[in-house]
Design a protein around this ligand. Structure first.
Ligand code: AVJ
Length: 331
C-alpha cells in the first residue's frame, strides 16, 4: 500500500512493538539463551537507558574507531551519496539520535532531488519520537516513524510514492548472525522499488589488535557496557546476577571474522531468574556470548547484497580503509 507523504512539519508514529512485546521477547531470549550451551544473550538487550549512555561513552573512547570513522566519512561523501541515490525520502533503519542522520538529511535537502520526507525505524520509541519531532521542526518535512523490530516489522515501513534511500548505518548489521543478515537483506531487497536505493555501513576487517582493543578499551567502558546486561536481567527478570563475579572478554574469531563479546564467570555459581522460575549454573571460567560484531571485506558485502537480490552502484571508504559505505539497488 502506497502511503501519501505527510505534510511538512507533521510527525506520525506507527507503533508495531509495544513494551509488552519487548518484555515477552526478553523472557523468550533469556529462557533460550541461559539454557543453551554455550549460554548466549542477543545484544539488543544491552540498550536500556544506562546501556545507551555507555554506548555513547564507548563512541568517545580512543580505541573505538567505527563511530567517528563513519561520521567523518559521511561528512566527506554524504553529498555524493545523495546525488548517486537521487532519492527524496530517507528511510533510516535503527535511527537513534545521531548527527550522522542529519548529515544525510542535510545532503539530500541540499541535493538536486531535494528532501520531502523522513521515515525513521527503531525499537526505541522514546528516543525516536524526540528525534522525529526535531527533524520535522528543523527541516520542515513530514516524518513518518515506525517503532518495530528489524527482524519482524520491516514490511511495516510506509511505501511512499517517492524515491527512497534506505540507510542502515553504524555497522549494526555486524551484530546479526549469518541467517539474520541474509533474511534482513532479503527483506530489504523485497521492500525496494526500482527507484529506491539501499545504503549499508560495514566495519572492515583490519589488524586484530585494533579490533580487540575497540571492544576492550583500556578505560573499561565496553566492559561496563557488557556487564550492564546483567543489571538489565536482574531488573527486568528478577534475577540475582552479581556483576562483580563476571569479567568482560573480547575475542577475535578469525574463522567467522567477528569479534565476540563474552561475560566470563569468575567462580561456580547458581543464578535464579525468578520471573522465569529458572535457575542456571555457571562454572568458574564459563563464558556467555553477549554480542558478535562481524567485520567485512568489500567482496563479502557485494556477495551478501547480490545473494539478497541487490547490486552495488557505489562504494565509499575512509583513507585508511577501515570502514565502508555501500550503495545498492534492486537487481
Ligand atoms: C554500533 C552496535 C554496531 O557492534 O560495534 C560497541 C555496538 N558493541 N562496542 C558494534 C558495540 C561494543 C556496536 N554497534
Amino acid at each position: 500500500m502506497t502511503a501519501t507523504l505527510l505534510a511538512p512539519g507533521t510527525v506520525e508514529v506507527d507503533v508495531r512493538l509495544v513494551p509488552d512485546d519487548l518484555r515477552r521477547a526478553l523472557r523468550r531470549d533469556a529462557r533460550a539463551g541461559l539454557s543453551a550451551r554455550p549460554k548466549t544473550m542477543p545484544p539488543v538487550w544491552f540498550y536500556d537507558d544506562r546501556g545507551c549512555e555507555l554506548y555513547e561513552e564507548i563512541t568517545r573512547t580512543r580505541e573505538y574507531y567505527p563511530f567517528r570513522t563513519e561520521r567523518d566519512l559521511l561528512r566527506r561523501v554524504a553529498g555524493e551519496i545523495a546525488e548517486a541515490a537521487g532519492a527524496t525520502v530517507l528511510v533510516e533503519l535503527g535511527s537513534g539520535t545521531s548527527e550522522k542522520t542529519r548529515l544525510l538529511l542535510d545532503a539530500m535537502a541540499a541535493g538536486r532531488a531535494g528532501l520531502v520526507g523522513y521515515l525513521p525505524f527503531d525499537v526505541a520509541d522514546g528516543t525516536m519520537r524526540a528525534a522525529a519531532q526535531a527533524v520535522a521542526d528543523d527541516m520542515g518535512i513530514g516524518v513518518h516513524a515506525v517503532v518495530g523490530d528489524f527482524h519482524e516489522h520491516l514490511d511495516e515501513i510506509p511505501d511512499v510514492d517517492a524515491p527512497r534511500l534506505v540507510a542502515f548505518l553504524g555497522s549494526t548489521i555486524g551484530n546479526f548472525t549469518r541467517d539474520q543478515r541474509r533474511n534482513f537483506l532479503e527483506e530489504v531487497a523485497r521492500m525496494l522499488g526500482p527507484s529506491d536505493r539501499f545504503l549499508l555501513a560495514t566495519d572492515l576487517v583490519k589488524p586484530v589488535e585494533r579490533l580487540v582493543a575497540a571492544y576492550d578499551d583500556a578505560a573499561g567502558v565496553t566492559a561496563a557496557f557488557n556487564l550492564n546486561l546483567l543489571s538489565v536481567l536482574n531488573r527486568e527478570l528478577a534475577a540475582d546476577f552479581d556483576p562483580d563475579r563476571f569479567v568482560h572478554r573480547a575475542v577475535w574469531d578469525a574463522e567467522n571474522r567477528w569479534i565476540e563479546m563474552r561475560l566470563e564467570a569468575t567462580e561456580d555459581m547458581a543464578i535464579s531468574i525468578s520471573a522465569l522460575d529458572l535457575s542456571v549454573e555457571f562454572t568458574a571460567g564459563e563464558q556467555m556470548r553477549t554480542e558478535i560484531s562481524t567485520k567485512f571485506t568489500f567482496d563479502q558485502v557485494r556477495r551478501d547484497l547480490s545473494q539478497a537480490g541487490m547490486r552495488v552502484t557505489g562504494v565509499w571508504s575512509d583513507p585508511a580503509g577501515d570502514y565502508l559505505l555501500t550503495l545498492a539497488r534492486p537487481k
